[in-house]
Design a protein around this ligand. Structure first.
Ligand SMILES: [Zn+2]
Ligand SMILES: [Zn+2]
Length: 99
């Protein structure tokens, strides 16, 4: 007796969407923090938070969360052109040269 099983063909759900750079980046860059996760508090102060890239402390309003890796970046570590941190911005810049 043999059991014949048909495996469901579910591999069609992954069409190429290379146009979406963010989706592409998210698959390549490891998330450091989840979206909506707060930045790290500076233990020495009450209202300051640490930049995930250079570890300087800033007020919460000065930090922005990177949409790709989830790091919190201060204005010095932020790439406004892509709305990501400098780390991811560098990768995007490299990719845009290639594309
Ligand atoms: Zn910084
Ligand atoms: Zn980033």
């Amino acid at each position: 007796m043999s059991l014949k099983r048909k495996w469901p063909n579910r591999e069609k759900e992954n069409p190429k969407s290379e146009s979406d750079l963010y989706t592409q980046l998210k698959s390549e860059i490891q998330m450091v923090r989840g979206q909506g996760e707060p930045p790290q508090k500076n233990p020495l102060t009450f209202s300051q938070y640490l930049c995930d890239l250079c570890s300087t402390s800033h007020t919460i309003s000065a930090l922005k969360q990177c949409a790709v890796c989830g790091r919190w970046a201060c204005p010095d570590c932020w790439t406004d052109a892509y709305y990501v941190c400098d780390s991811c911005g560098g990768i995007i810049a490299l990719k845009s040269i290639k594309l």
